[in-house]
Design a protein around this ligand. Structure first.
Ligand code: ARG
Length: 467
């Protein structure tokens, strides 16, 4: 078959086929073939609806459905030969189907590739969100399992990358569990947003034919929790809107940023300077030159890939901005960044799950780092506040103690009672109890604090959320 006859779906007004360069430039089948199964599903529902309203006879619909079923198995098994000269996934499928099943010449009745691709993508997003949710749940489970094991391991928490106050490793990991749990909520919101059916919007202004939009939407599962069918409400918006693409890629970007921050903490923690954690060997690599090295490449790649996903979002934002209504071919470029965002997010989540599950805290290094009594200087301030000293004065007094300890080259907690009473008369012998890390954490049992019971109840809460 010649190239121009292969372009038959829109070739009617043309006497020449496109240049080979134009075919290569404009094809999308190399990447949108990923939508093939959604496209078949869309065609099944559309043709079933056409039969219901009397546009197709039952035998025409059945012939089309049988043809679509054969295509499905060929595509699933990888046998199907995609043809770049047929531009995109939609025309590849329709052309081959029509060659085999003449009745399929009626399939594109009351439909345009514009509402077709919008519908395919919404089906894709609904499935992609489910995939993301299970990967997020696996990371959340790994974080909770690791938190379970590290409730009695204490490390300094940091601000400005300076040691600040002691926390349990569990409390630190639960901060990431909160982020992942918000990511789950965000992805669910994207999935809900995707759940509106554009089919029937046509190219831009619907159709004069008596179609039943609700019926095809229902067949495709565009239904809310109460069973109400959801169809988009403006045909021009429906074929040109790319909000779900943006929302989805934004959700992936935030996941990437959360994973990147966790990766950065682990990269620091496994350095000799910190030495808090041993990362699993199967996610580390060696150096081709330096035999002693064990590098946290997996975590560095997670950090790096998050930048790539943020770039995908940027690509989409820039593409959509300033496009006049409605469909413009620019929009064909909406797919690679979305697919990339999904793939990179999924694989990063899997890697983080592996690293978090396999990591081991190095307890003596953690204990050594958290032993600095200065980490509890704020608790000594609270001690004076409990004795009625105004906070500002108390803060000043402890500042003076820190200076005195420095002057005497001794740790804060080794100042004598006489020394500290010399600075303020409210100190009593029990002031040194402030430096007991376990007690310090036990005194922090309000919601969201690192107290051991509170940490336990947060682990339980997040486990219940996982179901
Ligand atoms: N491959 C196209 C895309 O993804 C399908 C829509 C084509 N529509 C058109 N009017 N050329 O955007």
């Amino acid at each position: 078959m010649s190239k121009s006859s292969k372009q038959a779906t829109w070739g009617g007004r043309f006497s020449k086929g496109p240049a080979e360069l134009m075919l290569r430039f404009s094809e999308s089948v190399s990447f949108d073939q990923r939508l093939a199964l959604f496209d078949l599903q869309c065609s099944e529902a559309h043709s079933a609806m056409l039969e219901e309203v009397g546009i197709l006879s039952t035998s025409e619909k059945e012939a089309i459905h049988a043809g679509l079923a054969t295509l499905r198995s060929e595509i699933e098994s990888g046998e199907f030969a995609w043809d770049m000269s047929l531009e995109d996934v939609h025309m590849n499928i329709e052309q081959v189907l029509t060659e085999r099943v003449p009745e399929a010449a009626k399939l594109h009745t009351a439909r345009s590739r514009n509402d077709q691709v919008a519908t395919d993508m919404r089906l894709f997003f609904k499935a992609a969100c489910t995939e993301l949710q299970s990967a997020l749940e696996a990371v959340l489970t790994a974080l909770l399992d690791q938190a379970e094991k590290t409730q009695q391991i204490y490390i300094p928490g940091y601000t400005h990358l300076q040691r600040a106050q002691p926390v349990s490793v569990a409390h630190h990991l639960l901060a990431y569990a909160e982020m992942i749990s918000r990511d789950l909520t965000r992805v669910a919101a994207v999935q809900d947003q995707a759940n509106w059916c554009p089919l029937g919007s046509g190219a831009i202004a619907g159709t004069t034919l008596p179609i039943d939009r609700e019926s095809s939407a229902q067949k495709l599962g565009f239904v809310d929790q109460d069973g109400n069918v959801r169809v988009t409400q403006n045909s021009m918006d429906a074929v040109s809107d790319r909000d779900v693409h943006l929302d989805f890629t934004y959700a992936c970007s935030v996941i990437g940023i959360h994973l990147s921050r966790l990766a950065e903490d682990l990269i620091l923690w496994c350095s000799s300077e910190f030495g808090f954690v041993d990362l699993p060997q199967n996610f580390c690599t060696g150096s081709s030159l330096m035999p002693q090295k064990k590098n946290p490449d997996a975590m560095e790649l997670v950090r790096g890939k998050s930048g790539r996903v943020v770039g995908d979002l940027q690509t989409l934002l820039t593409m959509v901005k300033g496009l006049p209504l409605t469909y413009n071919r620019d929009l064909q470029e909406d797919k690679p960044p979305v697919f990339d965002a999904l793939e990179q997010s999924l694989i990063s989540l899997q890697v983080v799950e592996g690293v978090v599950s396999g990591m081991e805290m190095i307890q003596d290094k953690c204990a050594e780092a958290v032993a600095d009594p200065a980490l509890l200087a704020t608790d000594v301030v609270d001690y004076l506040v409990q004795k009625g000293v105004p906070f500002r004065n108390a803060h000043h007094i402890i500042g003076a103690l820190v200076a005195l300890a420095e002057e005497k080259s001794m740790p804060l907690n080794e100042l004598s009672l006489q020394d500290v009473q010399g600075v303020d008369e409210h100190f009593e012998a029990d002031w040194v109890d402030c430096f007991d890390v376990v007690k310090a954490l036990e005194s922090r049992e309000k919601i969201g604090m690192p107290g051991p019971n509170e940490v336990k109840s947060q682990i339980a809460r997040l486990r219940r959320k996982l179901g």
